[in-house]
Every structure is written in structure tokens, then in C-alpha cells.
Design a protein around this ligand. Structure first.
Ligand SMILES: NC(=O)c1ccc[n+]([C@@H]2O[C@H](COP(=O)([O-])OP(=O)(O)OC[C@H]3O[C@@H](n4cnc5c(N)ncnc54)[C@H](OP(=O)(O)O)[C@@H]3O)[C@@H](O)[C@H]2O)c1
Length: 346
């Protein structure tokens, strides 16, 4: 038996902001008759993750493409892997049965043929919606948790600043930090986002960076006693402004530099004199390096969800054809919380 699989490809490398014309919706047949010894699994994709790093994979050149197996270059015309949750519809692998719900590296398409050794695990939803396992209980959540607790190591009462604070990772960083007992301020790109941060997510304060002309003095206004922890999602001028407002022994987790992804001329040039004399620790990290704390992260986050201490924030579009616009809109600040595309009903 065969099914027709519709999937997204890029037509060409994408070196600036992505546009609809950069993408194609392609289709090809997938056989559901697997040799029982093949080790292969066919997954019907249910939810796939939309993440800014995919743009760096689409560029003709990016140093990121050589640094991690998850960040390798995407070739025009080929299918695109992405984290997601799905259901096994055919299995030639004794570890999986038809009907299993799984999470792992799927494709931006309707079906994924997972080769032996591919990143795929059975998923216990633990009573939560499957989409949570793509975002808050998946890699976005792990990124926020690992960056905040393993790299920034906050102390109760410390002052935490997070940029792109209503995004997938940022909103969780703020919520984790608040739940831990820190003072948290976030930046985001609209008045409506600022209101959500303060009124729905319990941030102590928030500001719209697009309305500010001098980010250094903005941060001094919001942090008159300085910043202890900066969780950097954007890079660029915000990073420079944060460094100049850091306290002695401050910590900065460089999670992402999204303002630099669409504009390679835009590079943060923070004051190294500040870094030295204030003994600031700046560390980049990749969530994939913290799978060893996934169990701890999952149980803590599930507890927070069950007690209502942390709220899930999801932004879900429907259908494989909506994947390009979902990615494009991330770079226009049009997502609120974790951007996910729902591909099919369970
Ligand atoms: N290190 C890791 O392992 C890891 C894992 C996941 C994500 N990341 C990184 O973490 C960051 C956040 O990722 P995410 O998945 O949570 O995305 P996201 O925050 O949900 O979406 C991106 C947000 O960034 C903001 N943005 C877009 N262009 C911008 C610009 N030029 N300047 C300032 N802000 C801009 C927009 O919000 P506004 O309305 O606020 O502008 C947008 O909604 C990204 O840099 C990503 O690459 C790293």
C-alpha cells in the first residue's frame, strides 16, 4: 500500500529574510509495506516544530551548519527534518508498533520514513496534549530550562532579563525564573505582547523594544540596580545594551541571535572592558547537549503545569501548506509562544 506524502522543500538557498517564493510544496509516494527486517518506521506526522534555526540551515553558508548534526545545511529540493510528534503507521522495527505515538526528528511533511538509528522515541503524553511535547515539554522547554538553570544558575531574588520574551523559549525562561523567585523583565516587539507578558504570564515588567531609541538607557530604567542574568534570544544591539547594564559576576546565556539571522551585517559588539571588569560570564549553548537533564526538566515542568505555576503558550497553524508562512512569520514577530504546525488529527 502507498500513500501520497506532501512535504515542504526550499527552491533555493535563503540568505536574507524568508519569503513564500523560497518554498515549494512537493509530493511523492511512500510505501507502507515495509520489510520486517528493514528497521524502518513510517510515521504519520501530527505536529511539527517551527524554529528560527532552520533559516540558518537554508543559507548558502553559515558556520552553524558545521557545528551540530541537527544544524546541517538543507539542500534545495530535499525534504527538511524538524522535531515533531507523530503516529507509527507502518513498522519494520521491533522497537515500534503500528499505532505508537512517537516524538523525534520527523520531516516538514505529512509522513516521515525514519531510517534505523533515526532519532525517534515512543512518547508517553502523561495526560498532556501532544502539541505540548513539541514545545513546552519538548526542546523549547529544555532550551529554556537548561539555559536558565545550568548556565545562568540564578539565585532567588536576582534580576533576570529575557529578550524575545513572548517567543517559544523566552516565555518559558521568564516563567521558570518567576517560579524560582527571581525578578523578571522581558522585551518583546509590540504593546499587545508586553501586556500579555505582564498580565497573563506574571512578568514583573516588560517593554516594547521597537518603541525604544536607546536600549542601554531603557535597560537602566528597568534595572536601576543592574541585571544579574541575561537570557539572550536576539543578539545585536540588545546584547550590547544588556552587557553594559550587567552587574559584577553577571551571567549571560546566549541562546540565539535571531536579529542577526536575516541580516549578517548585524553583529553584537558588546564592550569587552565591561565583560572583563564586571567578570561577566557569557556562554553559548545548544539544548541538545543537555539531554542528560531531560528527565529532571520534564518532571519539574509537568509539576508546574499541573499546579498552574507555568502556563503553556502555543501558536498552532493547520496543515503542511502553512509551514512556510509559519517560519516566515517568526521573523516578523507574528508568533505568540511556541510556533507549531498541526499536520493531521491523531
Ligand atoms: N541554543 C539552542 O539550543 C536554541 C534552541 C531553541 C531556540 N534557540 C534560539 O532562541 C531564540 C528564540 O527561539 P524561539 O524558538 O523561542 O523563537 P520565538 O522567540 O518563538 O520566535 C522568534 C521571536 O523573535 C523575535 N524576533 C524576530 N526577529 C527579531 C529581530 N530582528 N530582533 C529582535 N527580535 C526578533 C520575534 O518576537 P518580537 O515580537 O519580540 O520581535 C519573534 O516572535 C532564537 O534565536 C533561536 O534561534 C536556540
Amino acid at each position: 500500500m502507498e500513500v501520497i506524502n506532501r512535504y515542504i522543500t526550499i527552491k533555493n538557498h535563503v540568505d536574507g529574510a524568508p519569503h513564500d517564493s523560497d518554498f515549494d510544496l512537493t509530493s511523492s509516494p511512500v510505501s507502507l509495506s515495509l520489510d520486517p527486517a528493514s528497521g524502518e518506521v513510517i510515521v504519520k506526522n501530527l505536529y511539527v516544530s517551527i524554529d528560527p534555526y532552520q533559516l540558518n540551515r537554508m543559507k548558502s553558508h553559515s558556520s552553524s551548519q558545521k557545528s551540530s548534526e541537527f544544524a546541517v545545511a538543507i539542500t534545495p529540493g530535499e525534504d527538511i527534518d524538524a522535531y515533531g510528534v507523530g503516529k507509527v503507521v507502518a513498522s519494520g522495527n521491533p522497537k515500534f508498533d503500528k499505532g505508537d505515538i512517537v516524538a523525534g526528528l520527523l520531516k516538514w511533511g505529512e509522513f516521515t520514513a525514519v531510517k534505523p538509528g533515526g532519532m525517534l522515541n515512543k512518547l508517553d503524553p502523561m495526560g498532556f496534549p501532544l502539541s505540548y511535547h513539541v514545545g513546552i515539554l519538548g526542546f523549547s522547554g529544555l532550551t529554556a530550562y537548561a539555559g536558565l538553570f545550568e548556565i545562568c544558575k540564578p539565585k532567588k531574588g536576582e534580576k533576570v532579563f529575557v529578550s524575545a520574551a513572548l517567543g517559544s523559549v523566552g516565555n518559558l525562561v521568564g516563567q521558570f525564573a518567576k517560579a524560582f523567585g527571581c525578578y523578571v523583565v522581558g522585551s518583546a516587539g509590540s504593546k499587545a505582547k508586553v501586556a500579555l507578558l505582564k498580565e497573563k504570564l506574571g512578568f514583573d515588567d516588560a517593554f516594547n523594544y521597537r518603541e525604544e531609541t536607546d536600549l542601554k538607557s531603557t535597560l537602566t530604567r528597568y534595572f536601576p540596580d543592574g541585571i544579574d542574568v541575561y537570557f539572550d534570544n536576539v543578539g545585536g544591539q540588545m546584547q550590547e545594551a544588556a552587557v553594559s547594564n550587567m552587574n559584577i559576576n553577571g551571567r549571560i546565556a546566549v541562546c540565539g541571535v535571531i536579529s542577526e539571522y536575516t541580516d549578517c551585517e548585524n553583529r553584537a559588539a558588546p564592550s569587552m572592558i565591561d565583560v572583563i571588569y564586571k567578570r561577566i560570564k557569557i556562554q553559548g549553548f545548544l539544548a541538545g547537549d543537555y539531554l542528560n537533564i531531560f528527565g529532571d526538566f520534564l518532571s519539574t515542568t509537568c509539576d508546574h503545569l499541573r499546579t498552574g505555576t507555568i502556563q503553556p503558550l502555543e501558536d498552532i497553524s493547520d496543515g503542511v501548506e502553512s509551514i512556510p508562512s509559519a517560519l516566515i512569520n517568526i521573523f516578523r514577530g507574528q508568533n505568540i509562544g511556541k510556533k507549531i504546525v498541526k499536520i493531521a488529527e491523531e
